[in-house]
Design a protein around this ligand. Structure first.
Ligand code: PFF
Length: 449
């Protein structure tokens, strides 16, 4: 067994966990999901899900990780033993590892799109581009399996290269500069969208309070996305929590991370929809949304090629730090249990995910019409299966374990909250979040119409 790493300070833990949370989910996925699910109705439910489900469950996941001090599978086994619960709870950790790898299968393909856009921006391809041209450029990328293959491979090599080197020598230092830089460049983009785009329409689209538009599907997607965006329900946050020192306040860390994560996603959304409306594009364009709209902004602003290149570099960085956290649970498990070196484990797992990614990238062209189940292609199946089922299920089980099986004194000890704050956490963790998740599942499986 190898020596476990540990964070140097609470600041590095926060940045690494924020690095896991902030990624393609905020910049690529949230904006298009808002458009596909009817705008403000989705935003409202999403914010409610972050507050009442995401934040309490993030605290839960960190507390489980810190108490266990192990990878999710062995960690759950240890906690179950301590709580005198069934050893089968370890499979919750096992499920999380698999979920992470399934997510990485498509995450890496989208990460590849971002990498290719760095080069496009630097080559000046966006200069003076029109809405129609920008959409055509993106379609051309999707139609070319070889280009997608090349960039997906690059993204996987970048990710596994860092994972192979371990927690302490990874990206923590770069995180310190690059996440604030991403915020800064986003403000530039927002300023530009405000001056030339239709910010009023964007604001109304995202924030007008119209409860009548809330549909069950919007609720389902918003809940799933709250998990995806905060990296919850699969053990990433648990592993990071397991490297966290005892004296750090879990609640405070969680609130900072959730705030930064949610704000970033909503700011990107505002900037994008402002451009969408000003250029008469469709808000419901789906997964290609940012790749079709942002080039228009970069193509027309002063220094656009430079700013665009920087922007896509920062997005790639954000995606990279998230991708690393997607494999960390599985790697931590192998390193702590098998006689295998971290490097070997990283490349072996990388190979499997890389193969899965090839199937995903083909589902944007050659295999687009190959429907696996319920009329969904490979990419759609992986996306829906992980976000709307596996992550919320993982979160639900963690909440039940921490709330009903773990000794109260243990959770209280880890959280170190005042009596009132602890009771609030318990109410959300034990009652509100589980009910919300179960209702969504009942709807999903068609028991409640
Ligand atoms: N939170 C990441 C994002 O928003 O891009 C995605 C992710 C990372 C999901 C790690 C789940 C996870 F465990």
């Amino acid at each position: 067994m190898q020596h476990r790493g540990a964070w140097k300070s609470r600041w590095t833990f926060m940045l690494a966990t924020a690095g896991s949370a902030i990624g393609l989910g905020n910049i690529w996925k949230l904006p298009y999901m808002i458009g596909v699910n009817g705008g403000s109705a989705f935003v409202l439910v999403f914010i409610a899900c972050i507050l009442f489900v995401g934040i309490p469950l993030m605290m839960t996941e960190i507390l489980l990780g810190r108490r266990a001090q192990k990878n999710p599978l062995n960690g759950m086994a240890k906690l179950a033993h301590e709580a005198k619960a069934s050893p089968h709870w370890q499979w919750l950790g096992g499920m999380g590892m698999v979920t992470g790898l399934l997510i990485l299968g498509f995450y890496s393909v989208i990460g590849g799109w971002v990498l290719s856009y760095i080069v496009e921006a630097a080559r000046g391809v966006f200069t003076d581009v029109s809405g129609a041209q920008s959409a055509a450029n993106f379609d051309e990328l999707l139609a070319s399996p070889f280009t997608l293959f090349f960039w997906h491979t690059m993204f996987m090599v970048m990710t596994m290269g860092v994972v192979a080197r371990g927690v302490n020598s990874g990206l923590e230092k770069a995180n310190n500069i690059l996440i604030p830089a991403l915020f800064a460049i986003l403000l530039v983009l927002l300023g530009y969208s405000m001056s030339v785009g239709d910010m009023v329409a964007s604001y109304q689209f995202m924030f007008s309070l119209d409860f009548s538009k809330i549909t069950p599907v919007a609720v389902l997607s918003a809940l799933g996305h709250a998990f995806f965006s905060l990296s919850l329900g699969m053990g990433s946050v648990m592993v990071y929590g397991s490297y966290l020192q005892r004296n750090v306040s879990i609640a405070r860390m969680t609130i900072y991370i959730a705030l930064a994560d949610t704000m970033l996603g909503l700011l990107v959304g505002l900037a994008i929809y402002s451009l969408v409306f000003a250029n008469h594009l469709a808000p419901s364009a789906g997964p290609g949304l940012i790749f079709q709209t942002l080039p228009i902004a970069f193509g027309h602003m002063p220094w656009g090629s430079l700013i665009g290149t920087l922007f896509f570099m920062l997005v790639a960085f954000a995606a990279w730090t998230s991708a690393i956290s997607l494999v960390e649970p599985a790697i931590a498990w192998i390193v702590e249990n098998k006689e295998m070196k971290r490097t070997t484990a990283a490349w072996a797992i990388g190979l499997a995910v890389w193969l899965l990614g090839i199937a995903v990238l083909l589902s944007f062209n050659a295999w687009k019409e190959v429907k696996i189940i319920f009329g969904l292609n490979i990419f759609e199946v992986l996306d829906k299966l992980t976000s709307t089922i596996l992550l919320p299920l993982g979160g639900l089980l963690m909440a039940i374990f921490a709330g009903y099986l773990m000794k109260k004194t243990h959770s209280q000890e880890e959280l170190g909250l005042s009596h009132r704050a602890y009771k609030t956490w318990r109410l959300t963790n034990n009652v509100i979040a589980p009910i919300a998740i179960v209702c969504v599942f009942l709807y999903l499986f068609g028991w409640v119409k």
